[in-house]
Design a protein around this ligand. Structure first.
Ligand code: SF4
Length: 230
């Protein structure tokens, strides 16, 4: 589906005024079966899945990038959602198993070259996950830090040649938590143990109160994004 740039701007302005559940409903309506939700089962993602399943007539298409080194709590939540929400979940796995990656590039590549590791275990599987879709939904929020300040409710994703919908773009941490709690959406217990952003186990640490929420990702590498949203 092609959304003309003028129409895209109109939608962007309109959706900027809507509440996140309304943006999710409008996006499902606009793109139908050709939209998928990216989920790492963080707080944003569980909220988005909940919103989508409230309005979708059929199962909601969701994918996660299963790098093989996610936290046990994340895998448990993923299973919980699979069993209790009407979703069609695709677990995108890297082409190289962890053993094959270690054989080719050495053990624990993330300690030496996290950019290459993210490319192999996240960026390439993402490209496969998006093939055949017109749009994807992400949990990007401007409050997540400087790298996300420019996010819009709907935008062209030229890199992947489709549209990116960011329904939570305007929400603060407090608004997100209020929604998850009032709707009783299951969430990762690590969020209450100092992990505002949860990625792969080897590359995520807890952050101190008041610290940049993404400072706990790839600590010591000057890296705050895995390349999915760059
Ligand atoms: S977050 Fe770390 S372990 Fe996960 S893919 Fe990136 S570098 Fe590898």
């Amino acid at each position: 589906m092609i959304v003309e740039s003028e129409r895209l701007n109109e939608l962007g302005n309109l959706w900027e005024q809507l509440e996140p559940p309304e943006i999710v409903a409008a996006a499902l309506d606009l793109f139908g079966e050709r939209i998928t939700i990216a989920s790492s089962f963080g707080l944003e993602d569980v909220a988005l899945i909940h919103m989508a399943t409230q309005v979708s007539p059929g199962p909601v298409d969701v994918f996660c990038l299963d790098t093989g080194v996610l936290f046990a709590e994340t895998y448990a939540l993923l299973e919980q959602f699979s069993g209790s929400y009407p979703i069609r979940l695709r677990r995108m796995v890297p082409e190289l198993s962890l053993d094959a990656q270690a054989e080719r590039y050495g053990a624990q590549l993330w300690t030496r070259d996290p950019d290459l590791c993210c490319k192999l275990r996240k960026v390439e599987p993402l490209q496969r996950a998006l093939k055949g879709y017109d749009a994807w939904v992400t949990g990007l929020r401007r409050a997540q830090g400087p790298t996300r300040q420019g996010a819009k409710a709907i935008e062209r994703d030229a890199k992947h040649d489709l549209y990116k919908v960011n329904p939570l773009v305007r929400w603060s941490d407090e608004e997100l938590w209020a929604y998850v709690r009032s709707e009783k959406v299951p969430y990762n217990p690590l969020h209450e143990q100092g992990y505002p952003s949860i990625g792969c186990r080897p590359c995520t640490r807890a952050v101190a109160p008041g610290e940049d929420p993404r400072a706990g990702r790839w600590a010591g590498f000057g890296k705050t994004e895995c390349g999915l949203h760059l």
